[in-house]
Design a protein around this ligand. Structure first.
Ligand SMILES: C[S@@+](CC[C@H](N)C(=O)[O-])C[C@H]1O[C@@H](n2cnc3c(N)ncnc32)[C@H](O)[C@@H]1O
Length: 390
């Protein structure tokens, strides 16, 4: 195994289990290494620090696989995946779909595995994980005996890693629709055609939190609803009407199917860009509750300011649209617009519209998408539930 020497200044951070080492933090020539190669990390002064894979094409040069001396092969993947699966057990009481492997936070950087009943959907995001594709698929079959494994490795970061997109069925026979059960609700998921790896599993807990605030006969607005998650929970909790808005036609079709599947009613469905929709509707003091769950407006630090303007605009329009003492749930799934930024945006809107926000809940991704405290980017989903006092 080749050795990568890191600068002395980063030894302390690696000893604190930080799994990422940037290209400017190494003391070796990056060009001497292959994309995806497994290396031993060393400090000239402190000796061995861990085992990692590297990619000389990326700003994150190395991702640590183990802080010990471990052989990275079948046994390693078997142990890590088995441990990750065991941690999800408690959630199986509320759902039949969970994230089994969440990248760095399950000590398998670059690997995502979602379980939908006896089907699996995997995403491989780095050259280092790509090198172990066969071992990963073999291990998943051995541990879970799935009927079907789908791959949806189509994220932009693969391009940076020098990898092409890979989508398709790796094993078994794909099913048109999976019936996902979550709390007392059912969602039909078209795993192959849906966004991301199928369903926004990370919002499971937050859908239930928001629904717990819904009162009988409330009117609700679900902005960027995807397949209806938040609004369908609200209808089930007693809301008499929910306006669903998403730019994706297939997501709105699926929302309709999901409302029907749960024998609910009161839906009003709109395939529209959310900014255009709010501009056209000019709602005033109309809704008891509004959920704003846009896509990741800021994929990079440079895009953060533009993203904040987008959030501010949506919060302004929603604040006008909500009734006095109504509720707004504002979510950001971008690490670059976190809780602090969302609060700053709310303070600006509070000033501009002369309203007050009472913070009722601070939300984050559900527990099958764990946050590793040494990898701040793993805290990617933040939500604030406000009561608006006009
Ligand atoms: C994070 S997902 C929402 C997940 C959803 N709340 C749930 O619980 O399943 C973001 C959604 O925003 C939609 N979207 C993206 N850009 C949009 C836009 N400009 N206007 C409306 N919807 C948009 C996407 O199609 C996607 O469904």
């Amino acid at each position: 195994m080749n050795k990568v020497y890191v600068k002395h200044s980063v030894v302390a951070k690696i000893r604190r289990f930080t799994p990422w080492i940037y290209a400017n933090e190494i003391d070796s020539d990056p060009e001497e290494f292959q994309s995806g190669e497994v290396v031993a990390l060393f400090s000239k002064k402190d000796g061995f620090l861990g085992t990692a894979y590297v990619n000389p094409k990326c700003a994150i040069f190395a991702r640590v696989l183990s802080f010990g001396k471990e052989e990275i092969g079948k046994k390693f993947f078997h142990n890590r995946i088995k441990k990750a699966i065991a941690k999800r057990g408690a959630l199986l009481h509320v759902t039949n779909a969970v994230r089994l492997v969440h990248s760095e936070a399950d000590f398998l950087p670059g690997l995502i595995v979602d379980q939908y009943g006896d089907a699996l959907c995997i995403q491989i995001n780095t050259a280092g994980m790509e090198a172990f594709r066969d071992v990963i698929v073999h291990t998943l079959k051995h541990l879970l005996n799935p009927s079907w494994i789908e791959e949806k490795s189509d994220v932009h970061s693969r391009e940076i890693e020098g990898l092409v997109s890979k989508n398709g069925t790796l094993f078994g026979e794909a099913k048109a629709l999976f019936e996902l059960h979550e709390n007392a609700l059912t969602f039909l998921v078209d795993i192959q055609d849906a966004q991301k790896t199928g369903f926004y599993l990370d919002q499971r807990k937050n859908r239930a939190i928001c629904a717990s605030y819904v009162k009988q006969d409330d009117t609700v607005l679900d902005l960027c609803c995807n397949t209806g998650g938040f609004g369908i929970y609200a209808l089930k909790a007693g809301a008499k009407e929910c306006v669903f808005v998403d730019v994706s036609e297939s997501a709105i079709e699926q929302t309709k199917a999901n409302v029907e599947r749960n024998t609910l009613s009161g839906e009003s469905l709109h395939v529209k860009d959310v900014f255009t929709f709010m501009k056209e509707q000019k709602y005033k003091n109309t809704f008891d509750m509004i959920m704003i769950d846009p896509p990741s407006f800021a994929k990079t630090k440079e895009q953060a300011n533009g993203a904040k303007r987008g959030f501010k605009h949506l919060l302004m329009e929603s604040t006008k649209a909500v009734k006095d003492s109504g509720l707004i749930a504002l979510f950001s799934c971008s690490f670059h617009v976190g809780k602090k930024e969302l609060l700053e945006i709310a303070m600006e809107v509070s000033h501009d519209l002369k309203v007050q926000y009472i913070l009722l809940e601070q939300m984050q991704q559900d527990s099958d998408h764990p946050c590793l405290i040494n990898a701040s980017a793993s805290f990617y989903l933040n939500g604030l539930l406000f009561r608006v006092e006009k």
